[in-house]
Design a protein around this ligand. Structure first.
Ligand code: NAP
Length: 291
């Protein structure tokens, strides 16, 4: 897919993107900076963050992206990140929750969460809720959650104990569950933000040749990734729907939808289930400790 050429400029707009240090997030950040946005790059690795800043400035010499360091798998760090954003920026026009991992062996964080659940779902859930005042202050703002077609195989477990059971754990299932959570969260958020100027949409970026499956991934996943290689698109192509949702006037007031290839797309029936979305919201509030 070609880079979208005719989208409006974003001069004066502030865009915060997580997972900007590689893959789809890095290209999304580069392209939005090229359109004049002020980028806030949330990364966990300072060297990779600086490399991304250099890449963006090479493409857009006028841009001056900020870097905020945060390991999103640690909710205490997410709270510090949110406090820093609230301190530094008066308004936030676009929030792109892009960072995500495909887990390897079961890892429980020091805060007691399964690694992919906290990184892929709880962190964006908490961050978004904490940043709502700055999105509201922008008047018109967009929240974009990078989900996946993997959500079709996901389900929301009753409580985190189920995710932390070593006997039953499957990294792929954990990933699918977290991606279903991305869509349910987006839909519930859109519902709660109805009648405000903030929209919330989710997307599938395609099967994209990035670092998502890594040497620590399970053998089965590495094999599936290898088999999928002929179908894969580049990170440039994978970033297009995020860029579209962040910029296109046609979607300025559309909310609570799931997009593929810049178009609304079908989701699983579970992903559309209102009761499931509000159940997930309650579970998530409890797990992150939000009132
Ligand atoms: N690739 C695909 O085929 C595909 C398909 C569907 C959906 N997606 C979704 O697309 C999104 C982007 O993935 P990608 O394919 O671009 O993968 P990627 O190349 O692995 O990039 C993931 C990004 O997330 C960051 N990240 C991971 N864990 C983090 C943490 N704990 N704290 C802060 N940042 C963290 C990574 O930082 P580091 O640079 O430090 O590792 C990296 O910048 C994910 O949400 C993924 O689920 C991808």
């Amino acid at each position: 897919m070609a880079v979208l050429p005719n989208l409006p400029r974003l001069d004066g707009k502030t865009v915060l993107i997580t997972g900007a240090s590689g893959g789809i997030g890095q290209i999304t950040a580069r392209e939005l900076a090229r359109r004049g946005a002020h980028l806030v790059l949330v990364c966990r690795n300072p060297e990779r963050a600086e490399q991304t800043r250099a890449l963006i400035q090479e493409a857009s010499p006028q841009s001056a992206p900020d870097i905020l360091l945060c390991d999103l798998s640690v909710l205490a760090e997410v709270r510090v990140l949110a406090a820093e954003v609230l301190r530094r920026y008066d308004t936030l026009d676009v929030l792109i929750n892009n960072a995500g991992i495909m887990p390897g062996a079961l890892t429980i964080t020091n805060e007691g969460h399964e690694l992919s659940w906290v990184t892929n779902h709880l962190a964006p859930f908490l961050l978004t809720n904490l940043l709502l005042p700055r999105l509201e202050a922008a008047g018109q703002a967009r929240i974009i959650n990078v989900a996946s077609e993997a959500h079709w195989l996901g389900e929301i477990e009753p409580a985190q104990n189920f995710r932390n059971d070593r006997e039953k754990y499957s990294p792929f299932t954990a990933y699918c569950d977290s991606k279903l959570a991305n869509i349910l969260f987006t839909n519930e958020l859109a519902h709660r933000l109805d009648l405000t100027g903030i929209t919330a949409n989710s997307l599938h970026p395609g099967i994209v040749d990035t670092g998502l499956v890594h040497p620590g991934s399970s053998r089965l996943l590495k094999l599936l990734w290898l088999l999928a290689r002929p179908l894969m698109v580049t990170a440039e192509a994978g970033a297009q729907t995020s860029i579209f949702l962040a910029t296109d006037p046609k979607v300025a007031t559309i909310s609570g939808r799931y997009f593929k290839n810049n178009k609304p797309a079908r989701t699983s029936s579970t992903a559309q289930n209102r009761a499931e979305a509000s159940r997930l919201w309650r579970i998530s509030e409890e797990e992150v400790g939000l009132e």
